[in-house]
Design a protein around this ligand. Structure first.
Ligand SMILES: [Zn+2]
Length: 177
């Protein structure tokens, strides 16, 4: 394994730990971290249920923390790791804050905006494009989501997120740039 992919896996594990924190508090287990020069400067997990906030996605929380850490909203040398492919809202926030790299785990067939449903992160019409790498620890990231929803189903509960399908992200165009 080369240095880059072992670094990607290391930070994706940190994002998975965040996702696990979410799962323990009844949130859909998605986690994200923002890394600058090898240091985690922002972390977050999904908090939609706890905060009753439709924008409280893991990535938004991690981006806010990173911006607070740096004292500015421009995050141009940062890499965002997310266990699930960012949605349109989060991908747009990353473009807006000029994040350099987006690294995600599982592909999101329902909301993915980094190559699956949309490609907001690399849309040439916008003033910034992020470099996208998908499929890092995708099986572990998808498994955490599957198990969460299986547990919910066995409890007979329903949640707004629904039964999405999460697939391995590395299989098609996610790493083309
Ligand atoms: Zn999102």
């Amino acid at each position: 394994m080369d240095k880059r992919s072992s670094e990607h896996e290391r930070f994706m594990r940190t994002a998975l730990e965040e996702a696990m924190k979410g799962a323990r508090s009844g949130e859909v287990p998605i986690g994200a971290v923002v890394v600058l020069d090898g240091e985690v400067i922002g972390r977050g997990h999904n908090l939609r249920e706890s905060l009753k906030d439709p924008a409280a996605h893991a990535e938004m929380i991690a981006l806010r923390e990173a911006a607070g850490h740096l004292g500015m909203w421009i995050l141009e040398d940062c890499t965002v790791y997310s266990t699930l492919e960012p949605c349109p809202m989060c991908a747009a926030a990353m473009v807006q804050s000029r994040v350099r790299n987006i690294v995600f785990g599982a592909r999101d067939l329902r909301w993915g905006a980094c190559g699956t449903l949309y490609d907001i992160a690399r849309d040439p019409r916008l003033n910034h494009q992020c470099k996208v790498t998908g499929g890092i620890l995708s099986e572990e990231c998808a498994k955490m989501l599957r198990e969460f929803f299986q547990a919910l189903r066995s409890k007979g509960r329903e949640m707004g997120g629904g039964m999405a399908e999460w697939s391995k992200a590395g299989d098609s165009k996610s790493s083309r740039r």
